[in-house]
Every structure is written in structure tokens, then in C-alpha cells.
Design a protein around this ligand. Structure first.
Ligand SMILES: *Cc1c(COP(=O)(O)O)cnc(C)c1O
Length: 435
């Protein structure tokens, strides 16, 4: 007992060495205020863990499934079972989980190019989609092989006060409309994430007009933040990244799609080649990591959500506008904090970097990024390069200078990154503690 008390004292003084005492006391207050929300997240984690464990058991996962294949990768049981486990967990008919899918954008592009044909029209229900998709659609660049180059039209129905304009969406549907896309997470936008229930509402209205319209969901950052997933409310096709939520911080690369069999086949034919589809693709030595990451994913997402909640409460106590606000529902792992000046945004990101396990000695600077049309500052001190299920923070250098903080595999580590961010602002004279 005595030794344990001693240790607690040491930990406290370590925190005090690093951070201003006022910052620590505000953080402790944030923890108290957030208690109910943190408990609700625990309940979500519990349910999702049971769901994941159930799928592993239903498919009788064994050590043999971790052995990868080489060459063509035919008859790779580990790969097939993982596809099926994803399908079960997400409540879909089929899955396509591959390290050969290079990012979330790639997974989404497979969904689009694999299922849209010349003359079709794609409608985005949630306003302009995530930045990296602009070139995919053909909003930027020319003769890049975009949807536009292939004769596929696009329109976006703008959000109204952060909500999907269902009436406007329904009106915009034409006989050419083949797919409606819905983005669950906020991305780099000051809008709320969509709940799976809200996604279901949109799908219901679209299907009333034409049941054959493919309802596609960009699920990036949304997985395991609730106890149901989009296919369970009628989404036909869903895509996401394995270096975000479902990879659990363990998957070293990859993406996934789940959905109706025919649409998964469309995406798989685009990934490999028509006729080869899902049947090909050596897994080398990666299967175990994808299984293990999925196994950890519900609890890792819970840690990330708890950290986002604490960031919201602390940011609010420090006088910043935050979204989601304390107490507001959240259906992704992203916490936006409006910092109001480029200096604060830069200092905040540099502080997150300083508080990260990897590359804590380097300092991020704003720069141009492929796929984005403004300068971005990104803090990423992760084991897996660019992983944003590990703690990371980024923001475009445009007013009102919003930091988007996400991820973190453990709340105790994440709190250091969060406190470092505010400490950095304080040390640069950019933060004043409320009286
Ligand atoms: C991250 C993200 C993407 C793109 O994923 P990348 O892996 O960065 O290519 C698309 N949509 C949303 C909402 C995202 O958060």
C-alpha cells in the first residue's frame, strides 16, 4: 500500500513537471464533468467486443488462418475468413479486406469505379465529400482518370445547418442516379458526424424513390463508435481504412469494403481484374495483424472516443469553441477545436507531436499535401506512418483555424498529447488560463 501511494505521488510530480498546475487542475475538472459520457462509451465498447469475439468464434478462427499466402494467393483461408468476419460484424453480405487497398480514399474509389458506369450519376448527400475525393470525382484536375473523365456525373446536396437536406436530396434524384454517397464522419468540416440511425433515415427516403440506387457510406472514423453499423440500416456498400478504427492501431496498412455481394464483386474486380475479383491477392505475413487489429478495434476506438470527450471538456473549460460540444452525441472519433489563429493551430499541433511516442523530437510545419488544396499542418507521432487511430492532429491553415484531433490507443497516453498541446500554446504566450 505504502509503495503504491509513493508511486502515485511520483506520477503526480511527473505531470507537474511537464504541465502548468492550472492546466492539470482544469483537466481533472474535465474528467469529473465527463464521467457520465465516459461510462456510456464503456457500454459501447462492451457490446462491440462481444460482437467481434462472437464473429471470431462463429468462424472458428484458428492459428492456421494467420498463415499467409504467396504468388496469386488462391485459396487463402485466412483472407476469406477475415472477409466473412468483417461482413458479420458489420451486418453485411460480404466483405473485402485487403492490405492491397492502400488507403481510405482507395477503398472509396474502388466502391465508386467498381460500381458506376458511364452515363451514371453520383449524388453526395452530405455536401462536398472529404478533400481527397475531389480529384477522384473530377472536381479538380483534368484527364486524371477521374469519374468525370469516365462520363460519370456528380452533384452534391449541401448540408443545411449541419444536417442532411433530405428533401433537397430526394428532389435531386434523377433517372440517371445510380449511387448516393453518405459520409458518416465530419472529415475536415465543422459539421456533426451522422449517426447510423440518421444514415438509415436517408437511405429509407432514397429507396422510396428508387430501390436500385446504391446507398454507399464512407465509414472512415465511424466504425465501432456505435453498436450498429451502416449495413444494418440498409447501406448497400461501405468502405473504410485499416489505419483508422477497424485496424485497431495494429494493422500496418489496408482498407476494407463490406456490403451486398454484387457491389463487393464490383469493387473487387476493380481492385484486381474482371474475373479475378476476390479470389486473388497474396496475404504474405499480414493476416495475423489484420485479425489482431480487428480484435483490439472496439476498445481502441473506445479509448480514442474517451480522449475526444476529454479534449472537448478541457477545450471548453479553456474558452474554445469545440465540436462536438460537451454532452453532444458523437458518431466518429474526431474532436474539432476552433483555435482562431494560425499561431495557435501550429502550436497546438506541435504540442501534440511533442506528446507522442514516436517522432516527439521533430516539429511539424504547415505544408502542401497530395489530395488537399490548402496547406495542412499534421501532427502524427505514430508507430504506423500516417495512422490516425493512433493519436494525431491536423488542420488546414484557413480561418477559423480548427484543429482536428483524433485517435489514440490509450487514454493515459492521449492525455499527455492533449496537455502538451495546450502547454505549448501557453509557453508561446497564446493561451491564458481562465480565473
Ligand atoms: C480519412 C478519411 C478519408 C480518406 O482516407 P485516407 O485513408 O486518408 O485516404 C475519407 N473520408 C473520411 C471521412 C476520412 O476521415
Amino acid at each position: 500500500m505504502f509503495g503504491r501511494n509513493n508511486m502515485n505521488l511520483n506520477v503526480l510530480s511527473l505531470m507537474e513537471e511537464k504541465f502548468h498546475p492550472k492546466l492539470i487542475s482544469l483537466y481533472n475538472l474535465a474528467k469529473e464533468k465527463a464521467a457520465d459520457e465516459l461510462m456510456k462509451i464503456e457500454q459501447i465498447v462492451e457490446t462491440n467486443c462481444l460482437k467481434v469475439l462472437g464473429a471470431f468464434q462463429n468462424y472458428g478462427v484458428r492459428e492456421i488462418h494467420f498463415h499467409g499466402s504467396t504468388g496469386y494467393g488462391y485459396d487463402d483461408y485466412g483472407r476469406e475468413v477475415l472477409d466473412n468476419i468483417y461482413a458479420e460484424i458489420f451486418g453485411a453480405e460480404a466483405g473485402l479486406v485487403r492490405w492491397q487497398i492502400m488507403s481510405g480514399t482507395h477503398a472509396i474509389a474502388l466502391a465508386l469505379f467498381g460500381n458506376l458506369r458511364p452515363g451514371d450519376e453520383l449524388i453526395a448527400a452530405t455536401g462536398l465529400p472529404y478533400d481527397t475525393l475531389h480529384e477522384v470525382i473530377g472536381l479538380r484536375g483534368s484527364n486524371t482518370g477521374s469519374l468525370k473523365d469516365w462520363g460519370i456525373d456528380f452533384k452534391a446536396v449541401p448540408l443545411q445547418n449541419g444536417k442532411v437536406d433530405i428533401e433537397g436530396l430526394v428532389k435531386s434524384i434523377t433517372p440517371k442516379t445510380k449511387m448516393v454517397s453518405i459520409q458518416r464522419s465530419r472529415g475536415y468540416a465543422w459539421r456533426p458526424s451522422l449517426s447510423v440511425e440518421e444514415i438509415g433515415q436517408i437511405i429509407k427516403e432514397v429507396k422510396k424513390i428508387n430501390k436500385d440506387i446504391i446507398c454507399f457510406v464512407d465509414n472512415c472514423y465511424g466504425e465501432f463508435t456505435q453498436i450498429i453499423e451502416p449495413p444494418q440500416v440498409g447501406a448497400d456498400l461501405v468502405a473504410g481504412s485499416l489505419i483508422k478504427n477497424p485496424g485497431g492501431g495494429i494493422a500496418p496498412t489496408g482498407g476494407y469494403l463490406v456490403g451486398k455481394k454484387k457491389y463487393i464483386h464490383g469493387a473487387a474486380n476493380r481492385l484486381s481484374a474482371p474475373g479475378l475479383g476476390r479470389k486473388i491477392g497474396a496475404t504474405l505475413d499480414i493476416n495475423r495483424l489484420l485479425y489482431q487489429g480487428l480484435f483490439f478495434a472496439p476498445s481502441v476506438v473506445g479509448e480514442a472516443m474517451k480522449s475526444a470527450v476529454l479534449a472537448a471538456y478541457l477545450g471548453d473549460l479553456l474558452g474554445f469553441v469545440v465540436s462536438p460540444a460537451p454532452g453532444e452525441s458523437r458518431c466518429d472519433i474526431v474532436q474539432a477545436i476552433e483555435l482562431g489563429s494560425p499561431e495557435r493551430l501550429i502550436a497546438f499541433c506541435q504540442g501534440v507531436q511533442k506528446g507522442s511516442p514516436i517522432d516527439s523530437v521533430v516539429s511539424p510545419e504547415p505544408s502542401d499535401m497530395p489530395g488537399y488544396d490548402t496547406q495542412i499542418i499534421m501532427a502524427a507521432g505514430a508507430f504506423i506512418f500516417g495512422s490516425s487511430i493512433e493519436i494525431s492532429c491536423d488542420g488546414p491553415l484557413i480561418p477559423p483555424y480548427i484543429a482536428y484531433l483524433q485517435g489514440g490507443v490509450h487514454v493515459n497516453y492521449n492525455q499527455v498529447a492533449l496537455l502538451s498541446a495546450f502547454q505549448e500554446m501557453y509557453e508561446k504566450g497564446l493561451l491564458f488560463f481562465p480565473q
